[in-house]
Design a protein around this ligand. Sequence first.
Ligand code: ACO
Length: 436
Amino acid sequence: MKIADYKATLSFSNGQPGIEMPVYKGSIGPDVIDIRKLYGQTGMFTYDPGFLSTASCQSAITYIDGDKGELLYRGHPIEQLATQCDFLETCHLLLYGELPNAQKKTEFTSLVTNHTMVHEQMQFFLRGFRRDAHPMAVLTGLIGGLSAFYHDSTDINNAAHREIAAIRLIAKLPTLVAMAFKYSIGQPFMYPKNDLNYAGNFLRMMFGNPCEEYKVNPVLERALDRIFILHADHEQNASTSTVRLCGSSGTNPFAAIAAGVACLWGPAHGGANEACLNMLEDIQKMGGVAKVGEFMSQVKDKNSNVKLMGFGHRVYKNYDPRAKLMQETCNEVLLELGLENDPLFKLAKALEKIALEDDYFVSRKLYPNVDFYSGIVQRAIGIPVNLFTGIFALARTVGWIAQLNEMIGDPEYKIGRPRQLFTGAERREVLALNKR
Ligand code: ACO
């Protein structure tokens, strides 16, 4: 049990005696009031829909300062990781707490690389889906299905099982995402090629075919690797909290990660990059940059239900640091592919400029988030729009696993079980059918 740094007093206006509660300081960030004994001492719950003021766990993995626009993985700024490290180094950092030295990097890379193939039977499972199935539906099924293929790594309470499940998930996600894509377009699956790096191997499995040699473009490889790094973890967001809650029942790691994938699918979360690109395409069809003003009026109209996708964030009330890095990558990729005059990129820039100057967005502290540019980069690389969230899931898998493993190792963890403020009917009797 933690020792309180100081105390908070809760008093009531109805004459009920007040209580003292411990307050803890984190290494950085807001202090937290420990309310675990609140119900026992007062018979009351707290009410916090959407967990706006609730810390659900203690964590040493990722820190976000939403006001500053700062993101740290294990203390390292995202800007340094994105420019000085690759994705597998970042995975090592998130999973084990430290960046690997040269020897550990080689060992970790070889460990992950040795698990890139999936069980051959997996393709028959995949073939049960319609060809036009949404890739997130396919991925939720395939990832949940991994637990049926790897019985030796399903005990979440066994550290060795958790370790091998972690490596399997990180290694196999690119293979599964690429298989889902190949299936949707009717091309043969490409087996992984282990002399390529993580991102290069994924590009080849996505865009290569058995008839020709595939040459990995280093600019695209680096762009994809950066997308993976930027999406690798983001503390207790909706999908990560889902993974933790799901895992808290003791379910196997594959099932918990499948739950995270399902949560990520939503347009307010991981589905935002798909929604953002669809939005840009819709505006383009309406008339492009000339229609930006009209579109913005709809966004600001409370009755329209139209949102500027890729803008706003629950935690960032400043520019999302990942969005800056993604914008840089976007420029590099478009230049490499000769798409500098891409109309959607121009449109995105026009929207961003207006939004950053408009009082509606400024007063609400709505800035571009990572999804605003990641869709354009992925589209330029050749990734279909409905696979964007699948790429996000691939990258976030390491964060989900690191968070899940941290939870299992925390002596204070309990099965998640929120309470409620009940507003329904009080006890009443069931009437006979002819009397209702
Ligand atoms: N466009 C227009 N208005 C917006 C937007 C937006 N994108 N985002 C927030 N607002 C407005 C809200 O209408 C609200 O206005 P009000 O105070 O007049 O009622 C105000 O800004 C505050 O918004 P909330 O919804 O309370 O903010 P919250 O923190 O709950 O929501 C969210 C954050 C869900 C991300 C929201 O900004 C949004 O829907 N953005 C678009 C979707 C998106 O890009 N999601 C990606 C998130 S990042 C990620 O998952 C990688």
